[in-house]
Design a binder for this molecule. Structure first.
Ligand code: NAP
Length: 285
């Protein structure tokens, strides 16, 4: 579907690009012609990822950087610009999350997640925006949020609050920076099995099976599916899309529909028989 040069001329930084969905996106951007930069806190992980991303033959660079630290982010952009050239794309993907009953959260636990997700996204976004505006260059920013920014979610209060803040930032800056040619969008992923997410959020194989049973497609997402959506949104094919958050979750976020629970109760044929018995005179379909 995509031209191999779709992202040629783009220099894209993926925060947390050394593993998980960040790495899947970074790899895909490089395959589509972008110069790609990744950052994270673990240098060994970044070096390994760079080798993988570089297989596509396009320039790639990394910087060890904790996105919570504004000055470290300044130094990171400087290093990456020297090594890679222009950065005009950013994916705010780095995140932390953990289960905790909200009454048991400590201020430090709450702050740890908010600092990475919300403050980190501000640090990376504001500094890139400032640079692009000063140099009169267009750019594109993509924020990885979650579907529970809209509904909230039990046991992940810091993440829900921080990601909702990032979603507000997405819409605020999309409008404010539109006149500078800077687009800001979001992606809200459903469940994508990554080592990081599964270690923190999928306690056992039994819970995984229960999760799959209640998911409307009965499957998890494939990181390549998300990477393709990210590539499209960062590309010039999406030049008129800004301020949007695209959900990619196989319709999972719609499970609150009033009668959706019926699909979980019994096989569809059995449901149809019940509907027929309730309305015997009406021919359906
Ligand atoms: P992951 O495997 O845990 O990856 C997170 C990455 O962020 C790691 O590479 C980590 O590297 C980096 N990171 C964490 N704290 C950082 C910091 N302070 N500074 C710089 N980098 C930092 O997570 P994932 O599953 O790929 O998720 C990626 C994104 O998708 C996240 O925003 C997540 O909230 C979102 N998401 C994922 C799912 C899912 O099912 N997987 C669902 C909804 C939303 P270091 O530890 O080396 O720094």
């Amino acid at each position: 579907m995509f031209n191999k040069d779709l992202l040629k001329g783009k220099g894209i930084l993926v925060t947390g690009g050394g593993s998980g969905l960040g790495l899947a996106m970074a790899r895909r951007f490089a395959e589509l012609g972008a110069a790609v930069a990744i950052c994270g806190r673990n240098e060994e992980k970044l070096k390994k990822a760079v080798a993988e991303i570089g297989a596509a033959g396009n320039p790639v660079a990394y910087a060890v950087c904790d996105v919570r630290d504004y000055d470290a982010v300044t130094a990171m952009y400087q290093k990456l610009r020297e090594e890679l050239g222009e950065i005009n794309g950013l994916v705010n993907n780095a995140a932390g999350n953990f289960y905790c009953a909200s009454e048991d959260l400590t201020p430090g636990g709450f702050r740890a997640v908010v600092d990475i997700v919300l403050q980190g996204t501000f640090n990376c976004t504001q500094q890139l925006g400032k640079y692009l505006i000063e140099h009169k260059k267009p750019g594109s920013i993509l924020n990885i949020v979650t579907t529970y920014t809209q509904t909230g979610s039990a046991f992940v209060l810091p993440s829900a609050c921080a990601k909702a803040g990032v979603e507000a930032m997405t819409k605020t800056l999309a409008y404010e920076w539109a006149e500078y040619g800077i687009r800001v969008n979001g992606i809200a992923p459903g469940p994508f099995p990554t080592k990081g997410a599964w270690q923190r959020l999928m306690p056992s194989k039994d819970v995984e099976q229960m999760y799959l049973k209640r998911h409307p497609m009965h499957r998890f997402g494939n990181p390549e599916e998300l990477a393709n959506l990210a590539a499209f949104l960062l590309s010039d094919m999406a030049a008129y899309i800004s301020g949007d958050v695209v959900v990619i979750d196989g319709a999972e976020h719609l499970q609150g529909g009033q009668f959706n629970f019926l699909t979980q109760l019994m096989p569809r044929e059995q449901l149809k028989a019940i509907f027929q018995a309730m309305h015997p005179k009406k021919k359906q379909g």
